[in-house]
Write a protein that binds this ligand. Structure first.
Ligand SMILES: C[C@@]1(CC(=O)O)C2=NC(=C\c3[nH]c(c(CCC(=O)O)c3CC(=O)O)Cc3[nH]c(c(CC(=O)O)c3CCC(=O)O)/C=C3\N/C(=C\2)[C@@H](CCC(=O)O)[C@]3(C)CC(=O)O)/[C@H]1CCC(=O)O
Ligand SMILES: NC(=O)c1ccc[n+]([C@@H]2O[C@H](COP(=O)([O-])OP(=O)(O)OC[C@H]3O[C@@H](n4cnc5c(N)ncnc54)[C@H](O)[C@@H]3O)[C@@H](O)[C@H]2O)c1
Length: 483
């Protein structure tokens, strides 16, 4: 049987109900109506009245009792009729008369006679859910009511009050208002993760773990086999502390704005005059851990769209390998030129951040070049030390796709891009720059709790402008130094 029922929510202030029959069923229906609105207008016509119903009539002036057999005139000025007598003939007669006057009818437990069914009702403050099983199993409707009453938090009314307040006070246009409302309510609709997601999540972890082991193993073996251990240790201090500071700063920036770790690190390290492939290589190695963890948590919350993920991650990985190889080639052969190109690139990213700060949110548009975006994002990110966030994430979000799944998908794809870049650098230049990586990771870890506190606190526009300013000034300094 097709389910053609259309649920509506009836305003009961203007409605007048007639209930025919005052026994068990008549009482039950009267109680149901009064539960939704104690002031609802009800007239009950019956030859006999249940004792409890009599009591209700005494206590509620809006419930009128007429003790006699049903009469056609009872239908005058009534909007809806509920039929509840024990006489099938009477029920049918009431139904026919009501219909002829265009009055809608419900006959308790007699679906054939009904123009509308009564539903099972979940009441949680202003939230109301009506449940129907298309007449198939009222008892299941009752069970579903119990289930939803249990799982919906009792304080949902508090949330509704806050949302209503926010909605009324929001100064933005319709699109901005809707985007903000969607954002602050996204946790109400977290999807349970499926099997596919779980498999990919495991893969993410296995890859991160293997790389970590490889990295530590290699690091240990160099330290152990290097004969002049003293030299190794004395090489740490100066740059290591600089890196600690840079890692700390970049993590703070990223915490406040949600992007910009890479560019902040890259520009700061260029200022310190660090070898170019080592800059990008160490940023990506350090970033791998944080992006792995954030990618994992987005999986956990089911924020990943599989199709978008493949379109971003696969071209992104190829882009990252190409970008890393180019940087290694240029960085070794044409150091100065590469420095100039890179500082111009980071400056452009800085300008892009300014544009992002002043941008208005667009309505949703379809993006046809996701693969290209993934490739160029990966390429530039590996080449310039950063850019995945300012290029890919911000482009997708600029198109109005401001949903948790875009953020989640871009974030997980970023992990694979970072991993690809890190492996490429690692396999061609080794980890001679291990103290840089260690400094970045440690600095970042110290900053992480502060960064988390900062997230969402600072106005987004101001935070973006601050990062843009820092990136542009640093890039300009590098450029001036080189020319
Ligand atoms: C939701 C609820 C609202 C309300 O009535 O207020 C409601 N029935 C409720 C309970 C309930 N009713 C019955 C049982 C016994 C167990 C069982 O039979 O399952 C239980 C369970 C219990 O009481 O525990 C008996 C019954 N009911 C109908 C038939 C005839 C038939 O199906 O053919 C028979 C067999 C009579 C017989 O054999 O003699 C028919 C209807 N009952 C409907 C609504 C409409 C369809 C709603 C939908 O689409 O799901 C519809 C079509 C017309 C209508 O009455 O509006 C209310 C839940 C209250 C709550 O939330 O606790
Ligand atoms: N009580 C239940 O839980 C239940 C469950 C399933 C089905 N039903 C069916 O629903 C119907 C009603 O059940 P009930 O328990 O309320 O019965 P009931 O005997 O308690 O009440 C019947 C009511 O109908 C009224 N009535 C009879 N003829 C009338 C007329 N011509 N005009 C006005 N009122 C008239 C009576 O005065 C009485 O108030 C019955 O057919 C019953 O078989 C009842």
């Amino acid at each position: 049987m097709a389910n053609t029922l259309f649920p509506i929510f009836l305003k009961t202030e203007t409605a007048h109900f007639l209930i025919v029959g005052g026994g068990n069923v008549g009482l039950e229906k009267t109680e149901t109506l009064l539960r939704q609105n104690p002031n609802i207008r009800i007239t009950v016509v019956a030859t006999y009245f249940h004792a409890n119903l009599k009591e209700i009539v005494q206590q509620n002036s809006n419930v009128i009792a007429i003790e006699r057999a049903f009469d056609e005139n009872d239908l005058i000025d009534k909007d809806y009729v509920i039929i509840a007598t024990d006489k099938p003939k009477v029920n049918l007669e009431v139904r026919e008369l009501a219909r002829s006057k265009g009055i809608k009818v419900n006959a308790a437990d007699q679906p054939d006679l009904c123009d509308f069914y009564l539903g099972s009702i979940v009441n949680k403050g202003s939230l109301k859910i009506a449940i129907s099983t298309n007449g198939k199993s009222p008892v299941l409707a009752k069970r579903m009511r119990e289930y939803f009453t249990d799982v919906i938090p009792d304080n949902i009314e508090d949330n509704l009050t806050v949302l209503n307040d926010f909605r009324n006070k929001h100064k933005g246009n319709f699109a901005e208002k809707l985007a903000d409302l969607n954002k602050i309510t996204e946790n109400f609709a977290t999807k349970p993760q499926n099997k596919e997601n779980r498999k990919l999540k495991q893969l993410t972890f296995v890859l991160a773990l293997s790389f970590l082991m490889l990295f530590t193993g290699y690091g240990l073996s160099t330290i152990v086999t290097v004969s002049d251990l003293k030299y190794g240790l004395s090489a740490i201090p100066n740059e290591f502390y600089g890196m600690l500071l840079i890692g700390f700063l970049a993590q703070l920036v990223d915490g406040a704005v949600g992007l910009g770790y890479g560019v902040t690190c890259a520009t700061s390290m260029m200022l310190l005059g660090i070898n170019l492939p080592a800059i990008s290589g160490s940023i990506h190695t350090a970033e791998m851990f944080s992006s792995g963890i954030s990618g994992y948590s987005h999986y956990k919350f089911g924020n990943v769209n599989k199709k978008l993920f493949y379109w971003l991650a696969i071209p992104g990985v190829f882009g990252a390998i190409a970008g890393a190889l180019l940087l290694i080639y240029l960085g070794n052969k044409y150091q100065t030129i590469a420095y100039i190109i890179l500082s111009i690139y980071t400056m452009i990213i800085g300008v892009r951040l300014i544009i992002l700060a002043f941008r208005k949110l667009n309505r949703k548009k379809k993006i046809n070049y996701t693969g290209f975006l993934g490739f160029s994002g990966g390429f530039l990110d590996a080449f310039g030390g950063g850019g995945w966030g300012p290029i890919v994430a911000s482009t997708l979000l600029a198109k109005g796709r401001r949903s948790s799944y875009v953020v989640g998908t871009v974030s997980l794809a970023e992990f694979f891009v970072t991993l690809a870049a890190a492996i490429t650098f690692f396999s061609s230049i080794g980890i001679s720059h291990w103290y840089i990586i260690l400094g970045l990771i440690l600095g970042g870890s110290i900053a992480a709790p502060f960064a988390a506190k900062l997230a969402g606190k600072m106005p987004q526009k101001m935070a973006l402008l601050l990062v843009a300013f820092l990136v542009i000034v640093f890039s300009l300094r590098v450029l001036v130094k080189m020319i």
